[in-house]
Write a new protein. Sequence first.
Length: 171
Amino acid sequence: MGLKFLTIAPQVDEETLKKQSSLNPQGLAEMLAFEKTNSIARDKADTITIGGDQLVVLNNKVYGKAGSPEKALEQLKEFSGKTHQLITSICVMSKNRHFIHTDITYLTMKSLTETYLQKYILENETWNCAGSYKIESSGSYLFSKIESDDESAIIGIPTKALKKILLELSS
């Protein structure tokens, strides 16, 4: 998009917020995006702050980052042959305004063998990714179907929505 930006880690305890929340998965992703953005925007009132969150959901169960190759394999085996949701929420703050946008992508994973999944995990080091896959690398080969209004949301930021929000802020 040609924008100059700084990357700043938010000061939010995500795991505590998740445990304390009774929100549905979409509400949880939106709340986390807001809290992350707000934690940075408080100190940057004269700038535009963008934050976000992604959750992977299967049968209303939220899957986070696996944290290890073994747990990544467990996650991917659960997704194998099934359709799950990737919920991507962004929050954009500027002065006294904020916008929240959520994109829900439906991904149908092929039925894959444990051997294939183990190889994929080790080659791509996916245990630190929501859902234990990286669509931008060879992860797209894991899926037989991807349904999304904005496929850039899969990687992290729905750029169509972000562009629209930024245009609204500049008018």
